[in-house]
Design a protein around this ligand. Structure first.
Ligand SMILES: [Zn+2]
Length: 308
């Protein structure tokens, strides 16, 4: 049962009674005092030590997509509870809470956008929705995105942030690993590039499926990327792992990643990778479809329903 109720570390904003001192926080990494505004301006990276704090899925889309070009797909698809699963609380209640908290139906946002003028299919996992866990709907949405990329011949980008498969959906969650991987095989056979971006944390069934199948696998600095987390490994083998094992830098050194890119440079780098892969690999692309027709309505949905 403790698997379902682990404590979640968060950075805490220090509130002081004196006016004008609100909004300061202590960086959990370098322990320096930084202001929340400074952090926001720096795309949620510590201005002192460059530690990359988590950003929401919507902020991630803003970071990668050209302004006002993201068109969301399948946002109405909702998860169900086929097993009537109850752990410390019913799965239905957990879903409701997560939906209320994030104002979204599930833990992934998928759609199309322009990235430095290049049309791409983009999927972003939302860690704030039940730890970014992959249930059947998350798997289905990602598979639909992959199939969409295949059909429309669009380069695919998926940004992962996840605690793994969703335990409350049991083997139905596990099957999503095979499903997404099978869809990516088709994409690979059609020589359409897939860039997988791993952010802190990317673990469990996500690492063990689509996130590790990118033509290029990019990670953010110091991100935790693993299958089983350090705590589980320690409990299993009875030994402590080196402190930096399972971090991006260690994985890059051991050949699991292609590169580590700072958040500030992410869009530029991804864009140049795509233009390279696009020229090299993509079959002749059909004329770019217009995003104009639908984008306004969809953007309203994305911007207005997501609570910060
Ligand atoms: Zn810091």
């Amino acid at each position: 049962m403790k698997l379902f109720s682990r404590s979640k570390p968060k950075i805490k904003i220090q509130e002081t009674k004196n006016e004008g001192f609100n909004g300061w926080l202590k960086c959990s990494h370098c322990k320096e005092l930084i202001h929340i505004k400074e952090l926001e301006q720096n795309v949620n990276c510590c201005p002192k030590c460059d530690y990359h704090y988590r950003i929401s899925a919507v902020e991630r889309i803003r970071l990668l997509a050209d302004t006002d070009t993201f068109v969301e797909m399948y946002e109405d698809m909702k998860p169900s509870d086929p097993l009537n699963f109850v752990d410390t609380e019913p799965y239905k209640d957990r879903l409701e809470k997560a939906q209320k908290k994030t104002a979204r139906n599930e833990g992934v946002i998928i759609g199309e956008c322009l990235l430095n003028g290049q049309e791409v299919a983009l999927g972003v996992m939302d860690f704030s929705f039940m730890g970014g866990s992959m249930g059947s709907v998350v798997g289905e949405k990602l598979t639909l995105l992959i199939e969409h990329a295949l059909k429309e011949c669009l380069p695919l980008i998926i940004v992962s942030a996840s605690g793994g498969a969703r335990m409350q959906e049991s083997s139905l969650s596990l099957m999503q690993m095979a499903k997404t991987s099978a869809a990516l095989t088709k994409l690979g056979k059609a020589s359409i590039p897939f860039i997988s971006i791993l952010t802190n944390p990317t673990t469990g069934g996500i690492t063990a499926s689509f996130a590790s199948l990118g033509d290029l696998i990019i990670a953010e600095p110091k991100a935790l990327i693993c299958f089983a987390g350090p705590r589980v490994i320690e409990q299993t083998i009875g030994e402590k792992l080196p402190p930096e094992a399972q971090k991006s830098e260690f994985l890059l050194e051991h050949g699991m990643l292609d590169c580590i890119v700072r958040r500030k440079d992410l869009k530029g780098k991804v864009s140049s990778f795509i233009s390279y892969l696009h020229q090299e690999k993509l079959p002749k692309k059909k004329k770019t479809r217009s995003l104009e027709a639908v984008k306004k309505n969809k953007l309203v949905t994305l911007e207005s329903t997501y609570k910060k």
